[in-house]
Every structure is written in C-alpha cells, then in structure tokens.
Design a protein around this ligand. Sequence first.
Ligand SMILES: *[C@@H]1O[C@H](CO)[C@@H](O)[C@H](O)[C@H]1NC(C)=O
Length: 676
Amino acid sequence: MSPNFIGLWLFSLGILTLVHSKTDSKDVAALNVMYTSLNSPKKLKDWEASGGDPCADGWTGIECSGSSVTEINLSGLGLSGSLGYQLSNLASVTNFDVSNNKLSGDIPYQLPPNVNHLDLSNNGFTGTVPYSISLMKSLKDLDLSHNQLNGQLTDMFSSLSNLGLLDLSYNKLSGSLPQSFGSLSSLSSLFLQDNQLNGQINVLAKLKLNELNLANNKFSGWIPNELTKLKKIDIEGNSWSSGQPPPGMTSSGNIKSTHMEKGGMSGIMIAVIIMGILVVIAIVLAILSRTRSSFSSSLFEEHDDQSDRKSLNYFGSNRYTTDPGTDKGFKDHEVKALQSSGPISLKPSLSNRMKSFRNKEPGSNAASQRKVSFEITLYTLAELQTATSNFAMSRLLGEGSIGRVYKAKRPDGKVIVVKKISSSFFQDGKGEKFSDVVSSLSKIYHPNVVELSGHCSEQRHNMLVYDFFRNGSIHGYLHLSDEFSRPLTWNTRVKIALGTAQAVEYLHETCSLVHRSIKSSNILLDMELNPRLTECGLASFYQEAGGNQGGGWFAPECTNAASYTFKSDVYSFGVVMLELLTGRMPFDSTKPKSEQYLVQWALSQLHDIDALDRMVDPSLRGLYPPKSISQFADIVALCVQMEPEFRPPMSEVVQSLLRLVKRPSLSNRGLDDYEY
Ligand SMILES: *[C@@H]1O[C@H](CO)[C@@H](O)[C@H](O)[C@H]1NC(C)=O
C-alpha cells in the first residue's frame, strides 16, 4: 500500500464512508449519482448507486489510471434518463462518450472539467449548449450533434484554443455565430449543418479549417474568400446574399458544395471550377469598369470605394446620412473593426468598439471622432410616418412620461425604435432645445449603452430613433418568462450585471450624467445576451419622476427630482442585481406583505449563506457556484444601503464584479472552477 493510498483510505473511513474504496471518492460519488440518474440500468454491470470501487471492480465502460477514473465510454448501450449533476467531480476524466443513447433533459452545467473528448451525440438532449463548456480549456473534440438543442450560442468559445472538432449539427440552434468563434485557433472541422443559425459567417474567415458544413441553416451574406480554399465545404440550403460581394468575399454561387457525407467531388475539380468562375467574373467586371468612365480605372479601387461606403455608413443607404463627407477622419483600426464585422450587422465587435472607445482622449476630439464612426441619421417626418404605419397603435411599444415609443421598419428592412417626445417638453422655450438634446445624446457612446441612431424634428414633432433589440429586456427574461423561454444562466446574469455596471460607471464618470431610471426593463439584451442600457441621457425629461411610485427600484432618498444623485443610481443598480439573483420583481403585490418589497425582504438575509440559498432564483435549478452567489450578494448589500453616502461609487462596483468574473479563469486547478 502506498502512503497516498493509506491516506485516502483513512480519509474515506473517517469522514465519508466505511466502505473500503480504492477509487477516488469524488469520482465514485459522481458515478453513483450518474447511475441513479440513468435509472440504474442493468446493462451497467457492477455499477452501484452508493459507494463501490469502479476501478478495482471494472465497472462497465470505465477506465482508470491509478485511483482516478480517466475514461467513461457508455456509447450505444440504449441508456435513458439524464447524466446527473456531479460530473464536475470527475477531474481526471479525459474521454467522455455517452453517444448513441436515449438520454434526455438538459446537458448538465456540471461536466468533467478537464475532458479532451466530449461526445454526447445522437441522444435526445434539449436546452442550450451549457456555458460551462467555455471553461473546458483542454477540449479537443466536442460532438453534440443529433440532439434537440435549441437557443443561441453565447460567447463561450474564447478559451477553447485546443478545440479541433466542433460538431453541433442536426439540432435546433438559432441566432448568429458569436464573435468568440474567431478564437478557435485550432479548429479544423466545423459542422453546423441542419440548424436554424442565421447572420453572417465572417467570423469564420480567419480559422484554419479543413472542413466546414453550414448546410441547411439561415445564414446570409457572403462567403469569406479564405473559405473558398477548403477541400470540404457544404453551404447549401441557406439565404446567401446575391449580387456584388464586398472585397474579400465571394458570392455563394461561386462555391461548389461538397456533399461531405457522400464523399463529393475531388478538391482539385472544385478548385478548377471555382477558378474558372472567378476568371469569368473578373473579365466581366473589367469590361464593365472600362465602360464606366466615372469610376476609377482600377478594378480594385472601385471595390474599395464601394465597400468603405457601405461599411462606414452604418445606417445603410446614403439617403439617410446626415453628413456624407465624414469618413475622411476614419482611423485604420476603426475601418478594420467595422469591416471585420461584415455588412449586415455593420457594427464592430464589442471588444473592438471598446478598444477604439478607450483609445480616445476625453474631450471634443473624442466626440467628433465618434460622430465619424457612428453617424446619427436625420430622418424626415414622412420617412418615420411610413416606417411606423403613420404611428399606428399596433406599432406602439409603450408609453411613458416622456412620450410614446413605436416599433418601426425602414424601407431597407432594418427595424428601429422611434421615441416620440411629448411636445409639452419643448413649448415656449421651456426646457432644453431639442437640437441640444440630440447633440448631447450623440456624445454618449459605450458598448453597453443603446446609443442614439437617428432623430427627426419637423412640425413640432420631436423624435429620437434607436436600434431595435429583438431579445427585449432582462425584465422580460426574468419576470415574464413562460415555459417556452430559457432562463438566463448564472454566468449570463453575472455578465449582464458587469456590463450594466460598466455602462453606469461610464455615464457617471465620463459623461457626468445621472441615469435616473435604472431598472430591469431599461436593460436590453443583444443577440449574444450582452446588456445594453437604454434611456441614457434622458434624465432631464424625468422631472416628475421620483417618489417611490410603487416600483420598488427608487432609492429611499428620491422623494423629489432634486434629491436624485449618482448614489441613487447605485441603489437602483443594486435592485437590478437583486432581481438577477432572486428572479423576483422589485415590488410584487401578489407576494405576502413581508415579501412585497424585494429590498426589504432580501436585505437582512444577504449575508446568511443558508437564507441566500433559498433566495436564489429557482429557475436556476441549483446550477450556480455558491461562492459566486455569495460574492454577488455582498455587492448587492453594499449598493442597496439606506444611506446614500455608504453606497460605493459605480467604479468600485465594477471592480468587485470584475473580480467575481475573473475568479474562475484565474485559477487553473480545474475542479475548483466547478465548486457547486
Ligand atoms: C466508445 O466505444 C465505442 C464502441 O463501443 C467506440 O466506437 C468509441 O470510439 C469509443 N469512444 C471513445 C471516446 O473511445
């Protein structure tokens, strides 16, 4: 007996169980839970629901090294049920294969943390791809194909630099490819066929792929030139754009799909065909460009001109642009940032935006530069009348103290939000001039803020235009969800809290603006569930606001407009965090009296670990690290203090949240990342 073994044995004897166990007790516990979750199938010979020695007794499908389980292969055993919730114990497992069974339910958040090969394919798994995958840095092959997975892929791929094969085919995944796909530096095989994915595929351009299957989705746009060199590519059954592709892009018609399953054509034949088509197109274009004297004689200059125009003009057609001459001052990195994100979204990735934002000096220079990158569109009244079907009631999204808000559609198909400010705000020189409002709003720019995208002022109609966010607000996600909607995961909630905190910090410290209306319905979510704070810079319109209004999110000192300070925003932000933590509304008249006001109910319990466990949103179904929850609650407790002067400034809140987010990625001990 090795000293280690004696130690382990004594440990097991003393603390956990009287069973003599050779296999690591954490591994045994995980397999016990897995066995019962699989409905204790007879096929799993020797497996036990409690205790046992998988390594010594040769449990079916288990391989060990020393006392650690290193491989679990239960492929094709006709298993049903689920995988249990303790797989994160299995720190030494490198191969995990439960493919070709009848497993169902969600893929558990807890998975073997250091696994190289993870194969859950050909089962009946539902729900989303768990975000915990993002922490599995050792992952080389990930096969989740042929399941019923739905929802969107979130930004979970940034750290998976070893991933060589990713197969998500034959599911029901929707939404666009997240930017973090671009970080998959080792990826050589990508299978996404037969889902409902949409958007552009520009993010795949820089990957070193050998084979790519995107067939039967809803992808649009063009194919990056880099991908035309692939030997195996199938792009059929999508909504690719036709017409003239921008430089660096090829139209889908030039790609001859290989039917990978059937072997398809040889790579050489495809290359010959593609080259032939490209030559023909080049000749045609060359002839065209000669005949049009107004264009530069160089074919490539013409392309560049057009694409810059398209990319720079964030709002589509030139007709909508206020100042067509502004692209002179464009910095190279900004052009690249814009181009890299492709013609449909036309927005640079968040990190790029953050970078270019951060690089700027504060002051007038920054404001003028930003105006260059993100032009504010001047709409005519007629255009907005058409876009809102003449301000039809059916287009009304809401009505508040400021005015009415409409959903609208531009002729180019882009959906926008039109805020019609009540005329009373601008009567008889009272208050600010509308042009001053637009001017100050145009200076607010942050990746987590919904920025002004356009305006209109005609015949006493004053309107502000914003982008429309299809995902709606976190209020909707947290409080209006039904059985069909997916609850936000814990990691997403933390991400939302951090992004929102950064937006508020920016408003407070860079713009010196109080928000005055921080609440869950003003925090929208983009396609990747990043938060975007809306109603920024509109505080001056909220003159009548204040008082507790039954909303439950105003700080106690806000009895009149003048008493509202930065620290009142901090309080309201704390209420949002509390909503993310508990899933409860700030005020809920359907609850027992003592629980109606969320802050009152929660305040005394935030430091009590056991109480905290009961307070957490039940829709998280226990899928969260307790440590993260208690740190989150500590931040809430600071923000919602009664005395404004005790509340931390927003910059401190951001720092605390950053520490919370960074904690798991800093430690590389594997199991500790999964302390559940
Ligand atoms: C699991 O076992 C099956 C056959 O029983 C085999 O085809 C498969 O490659 C194995 N998986 C791993 C990861 O070794």
